[in-house]
Design a protein around this ligand. Structure first.
Ligand code: GTP
Ligand code: MG
Length: 180
């Protein structure tokens, strides 16, 4: 009998504190959302099994701390990553400006074989707030940044309203699988 090969994909989620990294993961894996903010300390992962084509994939999603004082990750942590998800809050300009730093930091630490083709994905989260009235980063601005950084796929999400969360993580899995 043929044994099905199971593929483990390591995904690292980075972004400023409070943008909703933990909330996106909780919505994706547990279908839960909490209004309460509890800072992530260090790093922890959750897993989700999914079927992509004829492949059974285990997505290992690593949550990280946006707050600098809670960051304690060395290069070893980043190595072996198959995809990096960069998250910002569409209502907070600074969190968008930080994408550049997170992107560079990841490449520096993970030092992938080919930095130009390493799969990233960008998520613009909290699009639900104020029906868009408090938004400061336009979809065009974000898409432009993604285009000029190696055509990174871009998703607008809401962890609160479960908008585009499955779609975003499915794309993360597909991109990671392609790079495996
Ligand atoms: P650190 O762990 O400090 O890096 O923060 P984080 O990026 O993990 O943010 P977290 O998921 O803890 O969310 C921060 C706050 O924003 C919490 O109060 C969440 O309830 C809220 N939040 C997260 N996502 C959304 C969203 O899509 N919409 C709204 N309205 N609030 C959200
Ligand atoms: Mg967190």
């Amino acid at each position: 009998m043929a044994t099905r090969r199971r593929t483990l994909l390591k995904v690292i989620v980075l972004g400023d504190s409070g943008v909703g990294k933990t909330s996106l993961m909780n919505q994706y894996v547990h279908n839960k959302f909490s209004q309460q903010y509890k800072a992530t300390i260090g790093a922890d992962f959750v897993t989700k099994e999914l079927q992509i084509g004829d492949k059974l994939v285990t997505l290992q999603i690593w949550d990280t701390a946006g707050q600098e004082r809670f960051q304690s990750l060395g290069a070893a942590f980043y190595r072996g990553a198959d995809c990096c998800a960069l998250v910002y809050d569409v209502n907070v300009a600074k969190s968008f400006d930080s994408l550049e730093t997170w992107h560079e930091e990841f490449l520096k630490q993970a030092s992938p074989a080919d930095p130009k083709t390493f799969p990233f994905i960008v998520l613009g989260n909290k699009v639900d707030i104020g029906g868009g009235s408090t938004r400061v980063v336009s979809e065009t601005k974000a898409a432009d940044w993604c285009a000029s950084n190696g055509n990174i796929p871009y998703f607008e999400t809401s962890a609160k309203e479960d908008y585009n969360v499955d779609e975003a993580f499915f794309t993360i899995a597909k991109t990671a699988l392609a790079n495996e």
